[in-house]
Design a protein around this ligand. Structure first.
Ligand code: 13P
Length: 291
């Protein structure tokens, strides 16, 4: 059931669990995530970056595929189709294509420009019943060219964006996209705590978003959820298990046995690996049975 992400994330925040955003890349990915959410009776967010959207022939193709698949697979759990790290122009394209939720990433703009663009896009999204995520600019985490920790957002800047009425907020707390370097210092719970307190003062319990979900230790995920994180984005981990499972199939020579080269067989181990990873994450995030 395609919906915007507001209600599922407000419920998650109140119930102290998180909904996973799993980025999709193609039909197999989408089907694997949707079927797992349905099997586990969990809400889910399908994330689509601008690059992945382009790869899949544009947002209209993605929106049509997701809507049709949602119907043909008989998916009854809440599913949001969400633009991940959208540009200003990309947000309008996703809205027009029929996405149910957008993220405007204005974090690289000066805060005044981020505020202006987020205000406009929030009105546009809400006017059409979509939910919107915004991202807040940050303090650098780089030292001598080595990134020991991702950026940490300024709670005051978070407040300036949150009061605009965005539905959920991504704020850096030391997280980074992709595989974490060996010297990663972990999440900054001090920053998360300050942001959460600031949010409670100015807008109340707004769901916070943790990007870069790949490779964060389980205990840190649990702690982040207890401090207000209600949406966790996972992308790289699904790509890694898909690649590993596909490599295993080919290295075992299975594509050379009988009709093992049939894409439906060749892609099956990767498909099952994504399903298993999504299940593991939904169990960890606590969203199982929460649809
Ligand atoms: P990972 O690729 O590190 O899991 O991050 C995903 C993400 O945050 C997408 O916005």
């Amino acid at each position: 059931m395609l919906v915007n992400a507001k209600e599922m994330l407000d419920k998650a925040r109140a119930g102290k669990y998180a909904v996973g955003q799993f980025n999709i890349n193609n039909l197999e990915w989408t089907k694997a995530v949707l079927l797992t959410a349905q099997e586990l009776n969990s809400p889910v967010i399908l994330g689509v970056s601008e690059g992945a959207g382009k790869y899949m022939c544009g947002f209209e193709t993605v929106a049509a595929m997701v809507a049709a698949m949602d119907k043909s697979l008989g998916i009854t759990v809440p599913v949001a189709l969400h633009l991940d790290h959208g540009t200003y122009e990309g947000c309008y394209k996703a809205i027009k294509a029929g996405f149910t939720s957008i993220m405007f990433d204005g974090s690289h703009f000066p805060i005044d420009e981020n505020v202006a663009k987020t205000t406009e896009l929030t009105n546009a999204a809400h006017g059409l019943g979509l939910s919107i995520e915004a991202e807040v600019g940050a303090i650098g985490g780089e030292e001598d060219g080595v990134i020991g920790r991702g950026e940490c957002a300024d709670p005051e800047e978070c407040a300036r964006i949150a009061v605009l009425g965005v539905d959920f907020l991504a704020a850096g707390i030391g997280n980074i996209h992709g595989v974490y370097p060996d010297n990663w210092e972990g999440l900054s719970f001090e920053t998360l705590d300050s942001i959460n307190k600031k949010m409670l003062e100015c807008v109340g319990e707004i769901p916070l978003v943790l990007h870069g979900g790949t490779g964060i230790h389980d205990d840190q995920i649990t702690m982040a959820i207890s401090l207000g994180v209600a949406k966790i984005n996972v992308n790289t981990e699904c790509q890694l298990v898909f690649a590993d499972a596909t490599r295993g199939y080919i290295e075992a020579g299975k594509d050379k046995q009988g009709k093992g080269f049939d894409p439906r067989k060749l892609l099956a181990p990767g498909f099952e690996a994504i399903k298993a990873k999504v299940k593991e994450k939904m169990e960890l995030f606590g969203s199982v049975g929460k649809a």
